[in-house]
Design a protein around this ligand. Sequence first.
Ligand SMILES: Nc1ncnc2c1ncn2[C@@H]1O[C@H](COP(=O)(O)OP(=O)(O)O)[C@@H](O)[C@H]1O
Ligand SMILES: [Mg+2]
Length: 216
Amino acid sequence: MNCIVTQNLCFSYPGKIEVFRNLDLSVACGEKAGVIGSNGSGKSTLFLLLAGLLAPSAGDIALWGKNMRTMDDFKAMRTKIGFLFQDPEDQLFCPTVEEDIAFALLNREVSRKEAQEKVERISDVLEIGHLAKRIPFHLSWGQKKLVALAGVLVMETELMILDEPTDGLDRKAGERIIDHLKSFDCTVLVSSHDPGFLDGICDSRYSLKNKRLDEC
Ligand SMILES: Nc1ncnc2c1ncn2[C@@H]1O[C@H](COP(=O)(O)OP(=O)(O)O)[C@@H](O)[C@H]1O
Ligand SMILES: [Mg+2]
């Protein structure tokens, strides 16, 4: 079964900035797919479309075989999709790191005790436990990126859409993320400029260029 299918996807930002023309993509359930492309090629835009955070100008998006036509269609899938924004400052807003990582869990009515355990576990994996009481706003870029990522990974969703998760991270942190994502059979769509990271994690790779996407 396919987790993500797009057909003839077209998108332009207001002001006629055309980003995609008839873009087709299929990602199978369990596939770990990497997206590469130069700055401005449309990686972040594609991810925002797939999460329902932008609406296509034309074309179709299906998730788990269901056509996503309205905001309500995407809303119904929210609990199955983890989304890491390229900019961690779009993601972090709680007064402490531990509250930020726990936020979505507590929203899904996981008990405080269970949320605490899950937050500690993912913080250990990413080696950010020492940041638990810190103010996210005061962290370094790489630390912010790790905290935002922890808040996504902690949900263990079926699909994870991760926009440049290793941007600003050291190599060891990248390796920890690879090991963690490989340890469960979720579908991953990830963009990165780090070939080593993509080699470590991806079954397939797609290149965005000239408004199209090609397997490479
Ligand atoms: N909110 C926006 N309004 C107008 N144009 C945008 C907006 N966000 C991105 N773009 C433009 O869309 C194109 C694709 O951007 P983006 O998806 O961020 O690329 P990438 O993530 O590959 O660097 C670029 O030309 C960018 O300038
Ligand atoms: Mg981007």
